[in-house]
Write a protein that binds this ligand. Structure first.
Ligand code: G6P
Length: 610
């Protein structure tokens, strides 16, 4: 997703911008650019491809003199990735430069009106509309702030903007609606950015800009205004993240580092919520009465977060006997869901900014339904807008393919399910104690699986040339298969699919040929026999079968070709363990193929367009 950085201060701006943009690379992008005011005029440099290209083009920023600038990494939405479509965009006189994250939904209408007024467009982007529209209003009112508010009234959609006016050269403007943006208050200058890691090197004091707020930064002042141009007061927040947490720390890839952080992530998400042998989720502020009144749960999310919801449908229903529907957010928001009184909508998102997930949250709120966000990024849109928030304490996740945030999302939902079940009296005090004992063992068990990675690594090396891989499982094992399959395909580009094990024979089994890899997940004791039958079905048709199963299930050696065991835990929690070898499998296949593991092609870490 696009990244924005802006700087105004004592230092040369371009190197600061490049450095900040680098910290936002994880968001995914296809081109980059910078605009810097050099004392006389605004100069722009932009380039398709990695930041390295822009870095070389500007000699590390040296060729762009000046201490006021804005920078951008673009993930194409309107118009292909190209130098001309890359941001920043100018007005015709080159006196206004704009970087933008989000989508201007009514850009075509605005563009046509502007063309009628004589404006000429160079790019295919929706962003250029903003540059010309600012020009149009600025020429009328001669006041940058007023021009910005006028533009805000005209554009529809989502935007975070960084803006320079050469007529007011000692100022960086910034504004947002439905796209993230923060302001950092530094010692040697102030910054704007799409996300905190971009400013951490310079400051820990950060303002979160809310929807339709404008920030005006000079070297030593930061002012905020509302959409009517009236001054508003805001309090900064201190960011506690360790800067090292955003660096690779000795691992070959962020993804591997983040996989190894999972024991800690699970501990951090779990421990503060277990007090004196009881589950305490105070931050929700939910009364027992409210919990008892829940008649139905909708879990809504995208990608891997959705997969954690699929897992936890089994757990909420099994433990707390509450009916659960799980939806991908892009479907939920347009299917006019039936949301009756007594429904709880659980929204799961690592970034807290995924556009469809945020829209689903807003839909539920509009209907007067209680919303609960499980979010990793503090201060993100979903965290701010959900009625109740439960944070996953995974820290910043850099690799596009999620691992540790996924694991933390599972834990948060296990805790919720146990809590709900306990309050509703569907499980006994002994069961709660047993679940807590098992949960507390998970971090060490995950660590053990990570430390025994060689077996799955060796296996992965044999499948670098695979064309198709199928993942099968039943119940929670099906949910694990969904994530195992996604991990493999998103980073190794090998086609893979996950199936409920009993469903494969209804068509897809025709794809099984001699040597096709089928990864089976078999961790639910009451379903062992059923899944083993499905393993036999594919194996007799030539498949090579990998099985991920519990230590006790040695029977499986008779049916599968290669077995990875996970330590004993409650069947509800096996996802947290079985996913580890599957993450490692995807990772080592991708490494073996020489793929860009941390930044897979075509993907973005945070998808802030629908
Ligand atoms: C993107 C990421 C996935 C993630 C999904 C949802 O597709 O690549 O890893 O699961 O978005 O993101 P969220 O931040 O809402 O959890």
């Amino acid at each position: 997703m696009c990244g924005i950085v802006g700087y105004i201060g004592k230092k040369q701006a371009a190197p600061v911008l490049l450095d900040g943009l680098e910290k936002l690379e994880y968001r995914g992008y296809d081109s980059a650019g910078m605009a810097v005011y050099d004392g006389k005029q605004i100069n722009i440099k932009k380039a398709t491809g990695r930041l390295k290209v822009l870095n070389e083009l500007t000699h590390g920023g040296e060729l762009l003199p000046g201490t006021v600038g804005i920078g951008h990494t673009r993930w194409a939405t309107h118009g292909e990735p190209s130098d001309v479509n890359a941001h920043p965009h100018f007005n015709a006189d080159r006196t206004i430069a704009v970087v933008h994250n989000g989508i201007i939904e009514n850009y075509l209408k605005l563009k046509n009106t502007l063309i009628e007024r004589g404006y000429k467009f160079l790019s295919e982007t929706d962003t250029e509309v903003v540059a010309h529209l600012l020009d149009y209003y600025y020429k009328k009112c001669k006041n940058p702030l007023e021009a910005i508010t006028k533009v805000m009234h005209r554009v529809e959609g989502s935007y975070a903007l960084g803006i320079l006016f050469s007529d007011e050269p000692d100022v960086v403007y910034s504004v947002r609606k439905d796209s993230p943006l923060i302001v950092g208050k530094g010692k040697d200058g102030n910054l704007i950015a799409s996300d905190v890691p971009a400013v951490l090197k310079y400051t820990r004091e950060v303002y979160f800009i809310e929807n339709e707020e404008i920030a005006r930064l000079s070297e030593d002042t930061i002012e905020f205004f509302n959409v009517d141009g009236e001054t508003i007061e805001k309090e900064p927040k201190m960011i506690e993240w360790d800067i090292n947490a955003a660096e690779k720390g000795g691992y070959e890839h962020f993804m591997l580092k983040e996989m190894y952080e999972q024991p800690k992530t699970v501990r951090d998400t779990l421990n503060p919520r277990i007090k004196d042998g009881r589950i305490v989720i105070d931050e929700l502020g939910m009364t027992d009465e409210e919990i008892r009144a829940i008649k139905k749960i909708h879990i809504v999310a995208c990608g891997s977060a959705y997969h954690t919801g699929v897992t936890n449908k089994y757990i909420f229903e099994g433990m707390a006997r509450i009916p659960v529907e799980v939806d991908v957010a892009s479907e939920f928001r347009y299917r006019n869901p039936i949301l009756e009184e007594g429904t709880l909508v659980i929204i799961i998102s690592q970034s807290g900014e995924t556009a469809d997930t945020l829209a689903a949250l807003r839909l539920a709120k509009e209907r007067g339904i209680m919303t609960l966000g499980i979010v990793n990024v503090v201060g993100s849109s979903i965290a701010r807008e959900a009625d109740k928030v439960m944070y996953t304490w995974a820290g910043p996740e850099i690799a596009v393919a999620t691992t540790k945030a996924y694991s933390a999302q599972l834990i948060a939902q296990y805790l919720l399910a146990i809590k709900f079940a306990e309050v509703r009296g569907t499980i006994s005090a002994e069961q709660v104690a047993g679940y807590i004992t098992d949960l507390k063992k998970l971090p060490d068990q995950i660590e053990m699986l990570l430390n025994n990675k060689e077996k799955i690594q060796r296996f992965a090396n044999r499948y670098i040339a695979a064309k198709d891989v199928f993942f099968i499982g039943r119940g929670i094992d099906y949910a694990i298969s969904l994530e195992g399959s996604l991990k493999l395909k998103e980073i190794s580009y090998i086609h893979s699919e996950a199936y409920a094990a009993g469903e494969l024979k209804h068509g897809t089994i025709s794809l099984i040929e001699d040597g096709t890899l089928v990864a089976s997940v078999v961790t639910q004791p009451d379903l062992y026999k059923k899944t083993i039958s499905n393993i036999v079905e594919v194996r007799t048709r030539g498949a090579f079968v990998l099985a991920i199963t519990n230590e006790e299930n040695t029977e499986i050696e008779k049916a599968a070709d290669y077995v990875i065991y996970i330590p004993q835990t409650n069947p509800y929690f096996t996802n947290s363990l079985a996913i580890i070898p599957l993450q490692l499998f995807g990772y080592y296949v991708a490494v073996g193929k020489g793929c860009d593991v941390d930044k897979p092609r075509n993907l973005a870490k945070s998808v802030t367009v629908e």
